[in-house]
Each structure stands twice: as C-alpha cells, then as structure tokens.
Design a protein around this ligand. Structure first.
Ligand SMILES: [Fe+2]
Length: 179
C-alpha cells in the first residue's frame, strides 16, 4: 500500500483514493492492481508478466506501450551501491517511467514546479507512472534493498537518466521510509 509524504509539511497520505487524486492534480499517475499471487524467488519473468496480464495488457494498449520486463533487486544484487547511485540523483527521462510493484518497496521522489518536494513509497500492488520530463529520483534504501517490479516501456532507450545536477536529493537524504 502506497504512502505519500511531504516532508517539509509533515503531511502523510495513506488513502489510495487521496493519493490518486493528488497525483492526477499534478498530471502524474497512480493506481493499484489486485495482487493475489505471491511469487517465490524462482518465479520467472514470464510467470510474473502473465499473472498480471489482465491488467497489464489493457494498460499497455491504452498508453501505446510496447515492452514490459521484470526487474529484481535484493540483498544479493551485485554492485547495488552503484545501481542505487544512478537513480538517487535528481533526473528526468525522455519517456514515461512506469513501475508496477510485484513485491518489495521503493521510494519515488518528485520535484514539481512551485511546490514542496514529495515522495511516494510504492509497495506490492502499486502502479506508478512518472511522465517524461518530470524531475524525480528513486531510492530502494541504503541496505537490504528489495524490489520486484514490472517495468513498462515504449522504447527502453528513453529510460536513460538525464541528470539535473540540482543536488536537491541531498536535502532529503536523512528521510526515513515510513513504516
Ligand atoms: Fe527515473
């Protein structure tokens, strides 16, 4: 269940309907897909994608998205520090960044115009779309990361981080993920 936080205002939203509305008002997208299946570590990408096909296929058709894959990060992931660093600095992409959380969790941070920075903790069943050009960064935590997520693309080459060099993310490095 997603949790939205605005650290500078001590605001926290846990109601998915309120989060959806908050996102819609900013031309961002948040939704939840039903998630009855719990996959073990052996689950293949094909098994995961096919388990969500009823939601995934119409979503991809509506949005003109062409490919989907599954990313898995956990405490055994090699070079995690380098992987973490790549997305921990504020950046944009030339296409939408779409993630559906099959399991685990991660924190998306947003820097929209004329409002305080906010973040969304995404967990099992949460779907998020960060539109192309949106200033954001992502963190799965300093240690013991766990993310199993479906990534949805038009063209994977659009998902290269274009760094803003603002350094803004450093102002929030002591934020504790909500429980
Ligand atoms: Fe990103």
């Amino acid at each position: 269940m997603a949790i939205l936080s605005i650290p500078e205002q001590n605001i926290e939203l846990r109601d998915p309907i309120e989060i959806k509305q908050f996102f819609e008002e900013r031309n961002l997208f948040f939704d939840q897909w039903s998630c009855d299946v719990i996959f073990d570590n052996q689950a293949t990408q094909e098994e995961i994608l096919s388990a969500y096909n009823k939601d995934l296929q119409p979503f991809m058709e509506d949005g003109g998205y062409l490919t989907a894959d599954v990313i898995s990060i956990n405490s055994l992931t090699e070079n995690y520090d380098a992987i973490r660093a790549k997305f921990l600095a504020e950046h944009t992409h030339s296409e939408d960044e779409i993630r559906f959380f099959v399991d685990g969790q991660g924190l998306f941070w947003f820097n929209m115009e004329n409002e305080p920075v906010f973040n969304l903790l995404c967990q099992r069943g949460d779907l998020i779309s960060v539109p192309a050009g949106t200033k954001h960064w992502f963190d799965a935590g300093e240690s013991n990361p766990f993310v199993k997520a479906i990534r949805i693309f038009i063209d994977m080459s659009g998902w290269v981080p274009d760094y803003t060099q603002s350094g803004l993310e450093r102002n929030f490095s002591d934020f504790n993920m909500p429980q």
